[in-house]
Write a protein that binds this ligand. Structure first.
Ligand SMILES: CC(=O)SCCNC(=O)CCNC(=O)[C@H](O)C(C)(C)COP(=O)(O)OP(=O)(O)OC[C@H]1O[C@@H](n2cnc3c(N)ncnc32)[C@H](O)[C@@H]1OP(=O)(O)O
Ligand SMILES: CC(C)C(=O)C(=O)O
Ligand SMILES: [Mg+2]
Length: 517
């Protein structure tokens, strides 16, 4: 049996724009509207046409361009607003006028300065007038979440008789809890005599972080339209996040009696577009569209996901438009994820011992650096292979480098040379120079430095520095490489690597590891 449809009404361009700082130009709104249309959103609330000439133009532009989604404009329950909305929408392929008036005792008394009977009358007149422009009219009793249920039933029955086809129940200030909101929807559907002539809709705000939960409770109790916005953008703490509502309904098809018709693979594109245009970043741990929503860093989870994705994932990253999930390597990762990454990078390890060795170095690096990128692993393994390939006559034990304004930089280095520990200190033009001089005090190689270069392996100040050193002695030239998050240590490693190659060429173990060096 096919399920009933859950209509997705996107209000990013109307309620979303009410977020302080989120104002958009008509051109930006049109770009977002096209992305929403591509995602197959059923209804796009494009704006509030009476609010400004710019917003009128934005709604008109969207109405003239969008063909596959219904384009909606908001209007207060008065003649001027409704006529302006009708005018902005007149060229739309399919249009809706959304008219509203507050029904809570507080709003009627303090804000509108109207009696309930006056509000009742204004609501009915507004809906009747809106029907002159379109047969698709939505009515919202604003602040329904704090309105009297009997009054709501009375006004809703009357606006349906007047021609409203959708009844939206706004929890305008995000005051309701899920059970309460769900109950309100159910009771309205049960008690309004002509409720079968309209679709009931949710419009929940996130003041208590309950917008999505409340919307879903509304759906469970009979609502068949959800008003929501990309990234949960909206007045104050925002509206229900479209991506969360849609993916909850999709993922829990075992529970929901209805389904959405959206192309969910467009979700990430829409989220990034809205975030880029408004300048509102998406928090990394945001459900569905946050950078970490499909990323795993801890070893036990990574191992589980590599064995079977469902162990720690309830949705496919591909379903929201990502290329894949992500295993992020960091200090909490384990061997399974490390080995998997080596394989993906086509880096061969010859034995379990070699893997363990590389893994230990990776953990050391991860203690210093918050995220390990592929380039870090490549640098780390190539360092390790270099050391393995040559007999290490010279090993770095420690470096202590000191730099102070007005003083000559000084470096104290301890090396193990042919199993004998030796320490020397030297000053130099800089810390790297001092370090190289201290090494030479011990080794006395007689080599000349032909090239020194340092590059960052990845972005950021915690990136590893990758140092290349070229030494020449008696016409023989060797290159050495070293990497570390500390450039002085990376330089010392590279210099020592070159010295080992200069002196230890005859005892190479794996010459193939050096091809191209
Ligand atoms: C819950 C919601 O999200 S509602 C939508 C909120 N969005 C916006 O307000 C954004 C766009 N708003 C605007 O650009 C302006 O507020 C306008 C153009 C709509 C109105 O501007 P102004 O005429 O200067 O009125 P102002 O904003 O100061 O006050 C609102 C007026 O509308 C009245 N009003 C509020 N809601 C309604 C309603 N649903 N139906 C009829 N009148 C209403 C108020 O009582 C007040 O009337 P008053 O001026 O006689 O006291
Ligand atoms: C205009 C109405 C639907 C609204 O945004 C609200 O009440 O939150
Ligand atoms: Mg709202």
């Amino acid at each position: 049996m096919s399920k009933e449809k859950l209509i997705i009404f996107d209000t990013t361009l109307r309620d979303g724009e009410q977020s302080p700082g989120a104002a958009m130009t008509a051109e930006e709104k049109l770009r977002i509207a096209k992305a929403l249309e591509k995602m197959k959103v059923d209804i796009i609330e494009a704006g509030f046409p009476i609010s400004s000439e710019g917003d009128f133009a934005a709604v008109q532009g969207i109405a003239r361009t969008v063909k596959d989604s219904v384009v909606c404009g908001l209007a207060r329950a008065n003649k001027a607003d409704i006529e302006r909305a009708g005018e902005a929408l007149k060229d739309a392929n399919a249009s809706r006028i959304h008219t509203f008036i507050a029904t809570s005792p507080l709003h009627m008394r303090e804000k509108l300065l109207l009696t309930p009977d006056q509000v009742f009358e204004q609501a009915v007149d507004a809906v009747k007038l809106a029907r002159n422009f379109t047969d698709n009219v939505e009515f919202s009793p604003e602040d329904a979440g704090r309105s009297d249920l009997d009054f709501l039933c009375r006004i809703i029955e009357a606006v349906i008789d007047a021609g409203a086809t959708t009844i939206n129940i706004p929890d305008t200030v995000g005051y309701n809890l899920p059970d309460q909101y769900g109950n309100t929807i159910r009771q309205l559907i049960e008690n309004v005599p002509n409720s079968d002539k309209a679709i009931f809709s949710t419009h929940c705000h996130n003041d208590l972080g309950l917008a999505v939960a409340n919307s879903l409770a509304g759906v469970m109790n009979g609502a068949r339209q959800v008003e929501c916005s990309i990234n949960g953008l909206g007045e104050r703490a925002g509206n229900a996040a479209l991506e969360e509502v849609v993916m909850a309904v999709r993922t829990r098809q075992d529970l929901f009696p209805c389904d959405v018709g959206l192309d969910t693979t467009q979700i990430m594109t829409c989220s990034r577009l809205v975030s880029g245009i408004t300048g509102f970043p998406v928090q990394p741990n945001k459900a569905i569209v946050g950078a970490n929503a499909f990323a795993h860093e801890s070893g036990i989870h990574q191992d589980g996901v590599l064995k079977s994705r469902e162990t720690y994932e309830i949705m496919l990253a591909e379903d929201v438009g990502l290329n894949s999930n992500k295993l992020v390597l960091g200090k909490l990762s384990g061997r399974s994820a490390f080995k998997d990454r080596l394989e993906k990078l086509n880096i061969m390890v010859d034995s379990q011992e070699e893997l363990n060795n590389a893994f230990r170095r990776f953990k050391d690096l991860a203690d210093k650096k918050s995220e390990i990128f592929d380039e870090d692993i490549q640098a780390l393994v190539s360092d390790f292979k270099m050391e393995e390939a040559f007999s290490e006559a010279i090993k770095l034990v420690s470096v202590k480098a000191c730099s102070e304004t007005g003083e000559m930089p000084e470096s104290c280095i301890t090396l193990m040379v042919d199993e004998v520990e030796q320490t020397e200190t030297s000053q130099g033009g800089g810390l790297v120079d001092a370090t190289f001089k201290a090494i030479e005090k011990i080794v006395e190689s007689g080599a000349t430095l032909q090239l020194y270069s340092v590059s960052n392996v990845t972005e950021g100040t915690d990136s590893q520095g990758e140092v290349a050193v070229r030494l020449e002695k008696a016409g023989r030239i060797v290159n050495g490489h070293g990497s570390d998050t500390d450039i002085v240590i990376a330089s010392a490693k590279a210099y020592i690597n070159a010295l080992n190659r200069l002196f230890g060429d005859s005892v190479r173990i794996h010459p193939q590891a050096y091809e191209g060096v």
